[in-house]
Design a protein around this ligand. Structure first.
Ligand code: UGA
Length: 434
């Protein structure tokens, strides 16, 4: 099929590259000419495992092309996906001005039937606004449909999530829209949830908010574990084996971050508020998540007695492994709080150092874990990168000023580290109580 994708960000580019790989003719559109020029040379705007290979293959096989022109996009694609950004406003509202702008451009370029699909994460009723806005701007009553097809891609495993989805949600209002999207997704064998546009929009916000809720729930349980000397990893295992609960997203840690959960939970609270419902449950989710950063800093303070003038080696800056994304990363708040206490920070991240350079002040960036440990009074683990899992701790101990590890991701075996002479503080593992 001929499809166009407007917005070559994380969602758009992954979606476009995957659809091209499935044999479709894909035209990617982005108003950022520099980004388009780089993509044409095979240079990715961000790190996502496997994406570069997929894009280059699509280009080599002439199924994936790039342009800065929405007009070309509308001409090419029978299905036009809108994947532009919907950032947060200070009050939590999603800023939909980019979506509106694209709608005007698409409408003006419409010459024959097109299916317009919103894939950006948007508040419920955005589909209605898209339809209304386009109707006013479309020349000569050209027919079109608007559908919602939310994405459920995680950064770091986005290609896997696209190719092997748990479900595909299609919010459609006509038989034509339904059959076009069903045809496009035919190669991916999974459950199709076919519904109206508003329900599809709600599925996205409700799913992300529910996952955030699971994380805050287990982080709250971790607080209790720390107070009584229980182990949250075991509690999560015991809960998770109940199929009604499930084990995933029950890893206690430094709280969720990234470009999705913080923004989407805030937006869902605002959507509810505007509809006259006080979503108190989600407000508590946000509160627990924010507290989690402070709790982590407190663990470090308790382990070191005084933080002032001590050196903290931070392992991991990205909001999660396999990405260089620092948006709303817990590392930002945690490093700021530690610096406010007078700590010196050394830090290492396998992929996010280039992005981190402009973002953090007064941080010494290191080339690896061992360099980070040199002279440190404490190692603070913020991201569960695979390469942090197997380390030469005997060597690390000789490099550090004090052998203290505060583990925000429960990566290590406490007993093994204690045997080596480390003071080890995990998350919800009861060590804070001792
Ligand atoms: C999330 C959703 O998982 C995707 O389904 C969705 O498509 C995407 O948002 C989006 O809306 O675009 P993502 O933000 O890439 O994906 O990352 P997640 O893997 O969901 O992790 C989010 C945060 O939660 C990370 O900071 C992670 O460290 C944290 N987390 C996750 C925990 O603290 N504990 C867990 O058990 C799981």
């Amino acid at each position: 099929m001929d499809i166009s994708i407007i917005g070559a960000g994380h969602v758009g580019l992954v979606t476009g590259a995957c659809f091209a790989d499935l044999g479709n003719q894909v035209l990617m559109v982005d108003h950022d000419r520099a980004r388009i020029a780089k993509l044409k040379r095979g240079v990715m705007p961000f790190y996502e495992p496997g994406l570069e290979e997929l894009v280059r293959r699509g280009m080599a096989e002439r199924r994936l092309r790039f342009t800065a022109s929405v007009r070309d996009g509308v001409e090419h694609g029978l299905i036009v996906f809108i994947c532009v950004g919907t950032p947060s406003r200070p009050n939590g509202d999603a800023d939909l001005s980019a979506v509106e702008h694209v709608c005007h451009q698409v409408a003006k370029a419409l010459r024959t039937y097109r299916l317009i699909v919103e894939k950006s994460t948007v508040p419920v009723e955005t589909g209605e606004w898209i339809k209304r806005t386009m109707r006013l701007a479309v020349p000569r009553k050209v027919p079109f449909d608007v559908a919602s097809n939310p994405e459920f891609l995680r950064e770091g495993s986005a290609i896997h999530d696209f190719m092997q989805p748990d479900r595909i949600v299609l919010g459609v209002e006509s038989a034509r829209a339904k059959s076009l999207l069903a045809e496009l997704y035919k190669p991916l064998t999974t459950s199709l949830v076919i519904t109206d546009v508003k329900s599809a929009e709600l599925i996205k916000h409700a799913s992300n908010s529910f996952l955030a809720l699971k994380i805050s729930f287990i982080n709250a349980v971790a607080q209790l574990c720390d107070r009584v000397g229980a182990n949250v990893v075991k509690v999560a295992e015991g809960m998770g084996l109940d199929r009604r609960i499930g084990r995933s997203f029950l890893d206690a840690g430094v709280g969720y971050g990234g470009s999705c959960f913080p923004k989407d939970v805030a937006a869902f609270i605002r959507i509810a508020e505007k509809l006259g419902y006080d979503f108190e449950l989600l407000k508590a989710v946000v509160r627990v998540n924010q507290d989690q950063r402070q709790v982590f800093v407190k663990r470090i303070t308790q382990a070191l007695w005084n933080v002032s003038n001590k050196t903290i080696g931070v392992l991991g800056l990205a909001f999660k492994p396999n990405t260089d994304d620092l948006r709303a990363a817990p590392s930002i708040d945690i490093i700021r709080l530690l610096q406010q206490e007078g700590a010196r920070i050394r830090a290492f991240d396998p992929k996010a150092l280039a992005q981190a350079n402009g973002l953090f002040q007064g941080v010494t960036f290191c080339k690896d874990v061992y360099e980070t440990a040199r002279g440190a009074d404490c190692l603070a683990v913020l991201t569960e990168w695979n390469e942090f899992k197997e380390l030469d701790f005997a060597r690390i101990k000789t490099l550090m000023r004090q052998p203290v590890i505060v583990d925000g991701r429960n990566l290590y075996d406490p007993a093994a580290l204690q045997r080596l002479g480390f003071r080890y503080v995990g998350t919800g593992c009861g060590h804070a109580a001792r």
